[in-house]
Design a protein around this ligand. Structure first.
Ligand code: ADP
Ligand code: ZN
Length: 528
């Protein structure tokens, strides 16, 4: 017997159809909406593009009173309000960019109950003025968007989010929903605890239309141009870089190569930045070369590729950024080029950062996981989803599935690296960086090596069978597999780990990826 829909779920479906023009709820939307309509709190974890907004917009319209949406980004807020007004919903916002008159008008409308959805930044919400304003009219629900900002573990912590735990105390009977597209179990727990949410809805984080490709960095500019012109000519895409300077340089370079591109970073004039964002949204085939300052809340569904030319700091960040590709569900690519120097530089940045030891530990853990994703010899998607606690099977739509890397037994090569690191430490009580170790293995008589008399080391020149690039790749994989770690005392030096012993003693077999890029030239002899 078919179940008879309750009155409220019928209302929700009517709102979906009549106001938003959609016929069915997607994924978890219906459950989340029903939960809120019933007056209960929850956390909703949904990947970008899954349709988080409707999860609070629909119940806000079904329940009596006005909905309050807490959002950290004014640009996003304005977009949402415009879109809602276009649908005939009485939406408004309160933020620091508004004139006094405009603020007053919104406040008056609120008091009279003439607002369906009110968007506010967290810092404004928590002011005495705003809290007393909100008390003057009934509230249907609170929606806390980008809820991962409450997590100190996450990549986008905003201290003002911590104050949002007050909502429950001040409005114990108003349901709250927190929403985020970031879903590691630690972040999730932190959100649940800090905002005191007992129920969590989790959607699958898989984005099947995104093809993942991670390549070894060689000549990155050339690789990038090749990637774009072979796979995404005249299509919109985002290229992420770590520094502002690099954004400018790469954008200029792409333009020279005939690929229309614009830079975007926090150091640019606000007007120029807004103009670039506007053009990216409205013109076809533009490439945005940006720092991670760009993207959160940028509502462009047909971004066909996201390219990283520097390794992101964490898988959460990588997932979030790559998730901006293909929100329309059509095929898209997440492409990345990375090299050993990037990885070492990131480790160094962690060590020299202002954070305390526990912060650094987290950052190292996150970077290690990112490195392991880059170096995996099995399906990227399986590895990515497993980081978010999801079990899956090989996807057939990532570079590893499509062209599985050849594996080779790198035990001996690994032993050569580890014993060099070992000898330098135990004979000379010193640690050195990757390039120094490689020079020793290659038997390069550099000034520094001569100065330290390291030509006398028994491992000096024992690695001539491989090129410098191959040793870079071997060391990266040793780091990714935990046989080496980066140890800092002001320099990025390599140190042994607990696992190293087994490899040194021949009790472990080290299987390494054959980098496709290395298959040319000297590298042919990399296979034993
Ligand atoms: P998120 O915030 O999770 O990234 P959005 O709320 O911006 O996602 O929704 C992404 C797109 O999907 C929007 O264009 C939205 O209108 C659309 N969408 C959401 N829910 C549905 C649905 N049930 N049916 C059809 N389209 C939907
Ligand atoms: Zn795969």
């Amino acid at each position: 017997m078919a179940t008879i829909p309750s009155f409220s779920s019928q209302r929700a479906l009517e709102v979906l159809k009549n106001i938003f023009g959609y016929h069915h709820f997607r994924g978890n939307q219906e459950d989340v909406i029903q939960h809120l309509i019933n007056g209960d709190d929850c956390l909703a974890l949904m990947p970008t593009g899954a349709g988080k907004s409707l999860c609070y917009q629909v119940p806000a319209l079904v329940r009596p009173g006005s909905g309050v949406v807490i959002s950290p980004l004014i640009a996003l807020m304005n977009d949402q309000v415009q879109a809602l007004l276009g649908l005939g919903i009485r939406a408004a916002c309160l933020n620091a960019t508004m004139s006094l008159d405009a603020l007053k008008a919104v406040e008056n409308a609120w008091v009279q109950g003439h607002i369906d959805l009110l968007y506010i930044t967290p810092e404004r919400l928590l002011t005495a003025r705003c809290l007393s304003l909100l008390k003057r009219s009934p509230i249907s629900l609170f929606a806390i968007d980008e809820a991962h900002c409450v997590s100190q573990w996450g990549h986008d912590f905003r201290p003002e989010y911590l104050g949002l735990s007050e909502l429950q105390r001040l409005w114990p009977h108003v349901p709250r929903i927190a929403l985020t597209a970031t879903a590691t179990s630690t972040t999730r727990q932190e959100i649940e605890e800090r905002l005191q949410l007992k129920k969590t809805f989790v959607s699958s984080f898989d984005r099947p239309n995104i093809r993942y490709e991670i390549v070894e960095k060689n000549q990155v500019r050339k690789q990038l141009v090749q990637f774009i012109s072979e796979k995404h000519t005249n299509e919109s895409g985002i290229v992420y870089c770590l520094s502002r300077k690099r954004c400018e340089e790469i954008a200029a370079f792409l333009n020279k190569q005939g690929i229309p591109a614009l830079p975007y970073h926090a150091g640019m004039d606000a007007q120029v930045r807004a103009d670039h964002q506007y053009r990216f949204l409205h013109e076809d085939g533009l490439v945005m070369v940006a720092t991670i300052a760009f993207g959160m809340g940028v509502n462009k569904l047909d971004v066909r590729f996201v390219a990283h030319i520097d390794i992101p700091k964490s898988i959460e960040g990588y997932y979030q950024e790559t998730g901006r590709a293909g929100r329309d569900g059509l095929p898209a690519t997440a492409w990345m080029a990375y090299g050993l120097q990037d990885v070492l530089q990131q480790y160094k940045m962690i060590e020299t950062s202002q954070g305390d030891e526990s912060f650094k530990q987290k950052a190292r853990y996150q970077l290690n996981a990112m490195l392991a994703l880059c170096e995996t010899a099995s399906c990227r998607r399986v590895q990515l989803l497993s980081y978010f606690g999801e079990v899956s099977t090989p996807c057939g739509n990532c570079d590893v599935c499509l062209t599985p890397p050849e594996l080779w037994d790198g035990t001996q090569a690994g032993q050569k690296v580890l014993s060099t690191v070992y000898r330098l430490y135990y004979q000379y009580h010193q640690r050195f960086g990757a390039q120094y170790i490689i020079d020793i293995l290659l038997g390069n008589q550099t000034d520094r090596i001569k100065e330290f008399s390291h030509t006398a080391l028994s491992t000096f020149g024992i690695g001539k069978e491989y090129s410098k690039e191959q040793w870079n790749s071997i060391i990266r994989q040793l780091l990714a597999q935990g046989y080496l770690m980066v140890d800092f005392e002001g320099y990025s030096t390599l140190a042994l780990t607990e696992r190293s012993r087994a490899l040194l003693k021949g009790e472990a077999v080290l299987m390494l990826r054959q980098e496709s890029i290395l298959l040319t030239g000297k590298s042919k002899n990399i296979m034993p």
